[in-house]
Design a protein around this ligand. Structure first.
Ligand SMILES: [Mn+2]
Length: 306
């Protein structure tokens, strides 16, 4: 059987991607295969110094070209690691909408795209289905647990599924961490943002081209525990980070976990109109606040139905 390289997006990996890639490579090895975790881009702000200190096992270059690829937490071919799209992709696990039919057509039942809170939930369910739940390492259990926490915005996101909760509860028992770890994880993310606003935003920004929207638009996303004052304080940094992607149509979205709402900032009238229509927001000047939490993938899903 061929060596397997488990990977994700080209540009960056968040905690969900990092967890899925590392834990799935481990699952394949538990099954007697050879597999490695490969990240071509940076690990973003959600992979905090505390998480890195657990000791993450991965490559930044593929160790061989004679391999097949498994892709995690991304299914838009435009964003997938270039080494994978240039080679053979045999499996995809993701929870973003838009490319379900594309992968179904190419790899059939080896495409696992389900719109739940975290891709990490899908990977934990694979451990259970494949009889390896008792053999997962503490590091992989912790990574999957942290990914579920982060991608569901501490279970505040509407996209959260009962399956995410169940996976989190099961994994938490294997993590050997104090209850205070959860608050300290989010606090650690905010501290690292303060030191490096532009780079942190660039590491979690995507440009979208939708069939029913007449312009490409850039959405930056930064999850904060308390995001109420961030945009007004950092508007200049936010603007320069998003303009660096080269499109005039940009918007910054801040899911504010403790408030359970999002804060938005854009200067472009067409983007304001798009978001007012799509999410029923009301802009006051360049700023708007929603009455619920919105993840970027939920926003896109909403826009597809416009
Ligand atoms: Mn994810």
């Amino acid at each position: 059987m061929k060596h397997t390289i488990v990977t994700t997006g080209q540009a960056f990996a968040d905690i969900d991607a990092v967890a899925c890639v590392i834990a799935y490579a481990e699952l394949l090895r538990l099954e007697g295969r050879t597999a490695e975790a490969y990240f071509p881009g940076t690990l973003n702000n959600s992979v905090t110094p505390g998480v890195r200190a657990w000791g993450l096992d991965y490559q930044t270059e593929p160790s061989t070209t004679d391999a097949e690829f498994v892709v995690m937490d991304v299914s838009d071919p435009k964003y997938i690691a270039k080494a994978a799209t240039a080679g053979t992709i045999t499996e995809v696990y993701d929870h973003h909408p838009g490319f379900e039919a594309y992968w179904e057509e190419r790899i059939g039942e080896r495409s696992h795209i389900e719109l739940i809170g975290a891709c990490a939930t899908l990977i934990w369910e694979e451990y259970e289905k494949r009889g390896k739940a008792g053999e997962i390492s503490t590091v992989s259990a912790r990574l999957l647990m942290a990914a579920i926490l982060s991608n569901t915005l501490n279970f505040g996101a509407i996209i959260t599924h009962e399956r995410d909760r169940r996976a989190f509860d099961t994994l938490w028992k294997k993590c050997d961490l104090p209850d205070s770890w959860i608050a300290s994880y989010f606090a650690e993310q905010e501290a690292s943002v303060r030191g490096n606003v532009v780079q942190t935003i660039q590491d979690d920004t995507k440009v979208f081209e939708l069939a029913n929207v007449p312009f490409p638009f850039t959405i930056g996303q930064l999850e904060l525990w308390d995001g109420s004052r961030f945009l007004r304080r950092e508007s200049a940094a936010v603007k320069s980070a998003l303009e660096s992607f080269g499109h005039p149509h940009w918007i910054m979205s801040i899911p504010s976990l403790s408030e359970r709402k999002n804060h938005f900032y854009t200067e472009h009238p067409e983007v304001k109109a798009l978001f007012e229509r799509g999410l029923e927001l009301k802009f006051a000047g360049d700023y708007a606040t929603s009455d619920r939490l919105w993840l970027r993938k939920e926003i896109l899903k909403e826009f597809q139905n416009l």
